[in-house]
Design a binder for this molecule. Structure first.
Ligand SMILES: Cc1cc2nc3c(=O)[nH]c(=O)nc-3n(C[C@H](O)[C@H](O)[C@H](O)COP(=O)(O)O)c2cc1C
Length: 349
């Protein structure tokens, strides 16, 4: 049916990379020529147009009910179609409790890129979520080895069967089964894109186990970690892909649950006071604006994000003080001994 496949992927902790590899294996079995492109390793500003006769695939994790910004920007810049067909995959937060598998939630993770690519002239022939183990260990401890292994093997079968169908010229729009719930949660995807991801970027810190090996800095797929005051410092470029936290050999990268809640509370109180003063003294908002609540919310979010920059920097310096460091470490859930990292994805290549 096809002679070659160009498969673009982005992956934080290896799930999306595994899916890309499984699909490439299936394509190889069918004697296709494969080009597997890790978009974090290429020049994303000058994207060469794929050959006219090639099938194109995209595979990425879901972040905040959407594709992460790094792959969305890539898709926005992607050249117009040469008559190519495309399929899209998102890996989601799968779970397994007892014998039951639980799926993640896509939101607009496939709908938005599909729309953009349709407008560029591509023909969408497949859209599918794949529920690999959740890697979001800021929210929950990493799944245990056996759950990870079972979910990975199950997903390998699902990915290969999807690839079989697509490569044989069939269509598969499994993602559209969830379209109602996906559209209902779409507003959260917008909030995540404009606010949530920036807050998450500032939840990471290196604890006292950090020996400055720079692995996190070198491995970050979006080059978001810098050295400030001789310690890793997370910038707003961070996609919260979890690679740094999961791969740190010293287990030194943590989520600061306590300090981020405290910081946001302080900022929120300040922002609200400022906003109140501004709106009453300087900005004479006309009564009856169509969305006064939304305008208020947007202003408040912008001020909060702006204050988060110096706030996070202050935390970064204060953490050198033993009392402050202990306070931050005691209020980080990820410091708990049972809070596993998610490190098993590599084994299932
Ligand atoms: C910051 C963040 C946000 C996430 N948001 C979602 C989400 O909205 N829906 C979902 O099903 N999974 C979500 N996940 C889970 C990942 O998409 C999932 O574990 C994925 O398989 C990871 O792929 P990777 O190993 O290639 O990075 C999120 C994970 C992170 C770290």
């Amino acid at each position: 049916m096809y002679e070659n496949l160009v498969l673009y992927f982005f992956s934080g902790t290896g799930n999306a990379r595994n899916v890309a590899n499984w699909i490439a294996d299936t394509a190889l079995e069918k004697n296709l020529q494969i080009e597997l492109v890790d978009i974090s390793k290429i020049d994303r500003k000058n994207i060469p147009a794929p050959p006219a006769d090639s099938l194109i695939g995209f595979c990425s994790p879901t972040h905040g009910f959407n594709y992460p910004p790094v792959i969305m920007y890539f898709i926005f810049r992607f050249p117009k179609s040469n008559g190519n067909k495309i399929f899209l995959i998102n890996t989601r937060a799968g779970m397994k409790f007892s014998k039951i598998y639980f799926p993640g939630l896509s939101g607009i993770a496939l709908l938005l890129p599909a729309l953009v690519l349709l407008l560029k002239g591509y023909k969408i022939i497949g859209m599918r979520p794949i529920d690999l183990p959740s890697n979001w260990i800021s929210l929950h401890p990493g799944l245990n080895e056996s759950a990870v292994s079972e979910i990975q093997h199950r997903c390998k079968r699902i990915a290969k069967s999807f690839a079989e169908k697509i490569l044989d010229g069939k269509k598969n729009y499994r993602a559209l089964f969830d379209i109602i719930q996906d559209l209902l949660i779409a507003p959260i995807a917008v909030l995540y894109f404009f606010v949530g991801r920036f807050v998450l970027a500032k939840t990471f810190y290196a604890d006292s186990n950090c020996d400055n090996c720079d692995l996190c800095i070198n491995k970050c797929p979006v080059k978001a970690i810098e050295k400030v005051d001789n310690r890793p410092f997370w910038t707003f470029r961070c996609e919260s892909c979890m690679r740094c936290m999961n791969e740190c050999p010293k287990r030194a990268i943590e989520t600061g649950h306590g300090y981020i809640i405290g910081l946001l509370y302080l900022i929120d109180v300040t922002a609200i006071v400022w906003l109140g003063m501004l709106s009453s003294k300087y900005i004479n908002l006309p009564a009856g604006l169509p969305f006064p609540g939304l305008i208020n919310f947007t202003l408040e979010s912008l001020i909060s994000l702006a204050l988060l920059v110096p706030g996070y920097r202050l935390v970064h310096y204060l953490i050198k003080l033993p009392v402050f460091r202990q306070l931050i470490e005691y209020t980080s859930l990820t410091k708990l001994k049972f809070w596993n990292r998610y490190r098993s994805a590599k084994k299932y290549k």
